[in-house]
Design a protein around this ligand. Structure first.
Ligand code: T4K
Length: 372
């Protein structure tokens, strides 16, 4: 049996992708918001039920631009979570804003809304919560707090494409939501990302930001950068949209099989999907607490058998070397996040992960290595 990694990009049928990109060969039009870009954008707008989607070269630039679009005052404070990928915190800081780290919930690892209000000061300008692992934040309470204090809400929904709450897409919460379409995601465009929003004025602004502020061959109206999604990425998106339901249902089966094998074992904590949530089964996080093996022991045992589980998300971003001199940094301020980061492991999960491979992984975790 070959190596089993934490995830494995799903590929559309090769001939289907070739069919999709054939017109690009014929037209020689490869980027700069061509036909595939336009088509993919409108497919997403109707699938997500949101008025505007702006496509990006990757999720990180999408998030950076979404935050920048508010023109928040330099040095403004942004309430966020340290239990995330580097991108979230970097996107805040690269906008010259200060991340103020809020702790997370023990159950779903999203930002703890109960601890949020005590962090709000006169300098607070926005909230950047993360639907980590595709688990939706408490969107209703975040909206209430944001309205009370006049704060902007930009969701890092990198993991939450195709997730719904009470039938509403994760694209629709907050002032803006960012999706990552990276190769490692449930739905991907190789690299890619999107910002979803309702504000009509942002269409021009985000386009300016991602395309040098060019309005015409002789007119440059804004000091923008380059973060455009190209035609091959958009074509991959169009192709993969046709497989999305199948992708999610295969992941669901794999997740349920993991649950069957691991639930009920003392010391092993699995995530629950709330009734009102339609999940995308993006990740399979497991927390080992007072279990017969530590998280690191399990990670190493799996590694010995060629299985690459990952410690998403350890270390916390508030302990990164690059934030050492930030007064708001330090894991002691987010004890639950630190507790989870020291104990969590995300197990391999992808559409074609076989039950046989899941059995192998679970046998190692449960210490039934004789069964291998
Ligand atoms: N916000 C959040 C909360 C995020 O998690 C992310 C990205 C972002 C923002 C930023 O979005 P992007 O700018 O990336 O669109 C991976 C991904 O690169 C990253 O997109 C993702 N989050 C993060 C959680 O995971 P690494 O450094 O762990 O990736 P890597 O190269 O170790 O790959 C992990 C596994 O995926 C490999 O073991 C095998 C598999 N894989 C990887 C690649 C590159 C494939 O099957 N195909 C591939 O092409 O960051």
């Amino acid at each position: 049996m070959g190596e089993i990694l934490v995830t494995r990009s799903s590929m559309p049928a090769f001939d289907k992708y070739c069919e999709e990109i054939k017109s690009l060969w014929d037209s020689h039009w490869l980027t700069n918001m061509g036909v595939k870009h336009q088509e993919f954008q409108s497919v997403l707008e109707s699938y997500l039920g949101i008025s505007h989607v702006t496509l990006y070269a990757n999720g990180h630039l999408a998030l950076e631009n979404a935050i920048a679009a508010f023109h928040l005052p330099e040095g403004g404070e942004v309430i966020t979570t340290p239990f995330t990928f580097a991108s979230t915190t970097h996107a805040i800081v690269r906008n010259k804003l200060i991340p103020v780290f809020c702790d997370i919930n023990e159950d779903d690892y999203t930002i703890d809304v109960g601890k949020m209000e005590s962090l709000i000061t006169d300098q607070t300008v926005a909230i950047v919560p993360v639907h980590v692992y595709g688990n939706l934040c408490n969107v209703e309470e975040i909206e209430r707090i944001a309205n009370k204090y006049g704060l902007k809400v930009i969701y890092d929904a990198a993991h939450a494409f195709a997730v719904k709450y009470k039938g509403i897409s994760s694209a629709c919460f907050g002032d803006a939501a960012m999706f990552s379409f990276h190769a490692t995601k449930v739905f991907h465009t190789i690299e890619g990302g999107a910002v979803c929003y309702r504000n009509d004025k942002w269409v021009q602004l985000l386009n300016d930001m991602k395309n040098f502020g060019i309005h015409g061959p002789e007119e440059v109206a804004y000091i923008g950068g380059n973060a455009k999604m190209n035609e091959f990425q958009a074509a991959m998106g169009l192709c993969n949209m046709r497989y999305l339901d199948e992708e999610i249902s295969k992941r669901k089966k794999a997740s349920e099989y993991y649950k069957k094998r691991l639930s009920g074992t003392a010391g092993i904590k699995l995530s629950k999907i709330p009734e009102e949530v339609e999940s995308n089964y993006a990740y399979f996080p497991v927390v080992f607490e007072d279990y017969k093996y530590t998280r690191n022991e399990i990670l190493n045992k799996l590694k010995e058998h060629g299985i690459g589980a990952r410690k998403y998300f350890f270390p916390l971003t508030n302990s990164f070397e690059c934030y050492r001199n930030y007064p708001t940094a330090g894991t002691e301020k987010t004890p639950v996040a630190q507790h989870i980061a020291l104990r969590v492991l995300t197990l391999p999960l992808y559409a074609d992960l076989s039950f046989e491979d899941i059995d192998k992984i679970c046998n190692i975790i449960l210490g039934d290595e004789d069964e291998l």
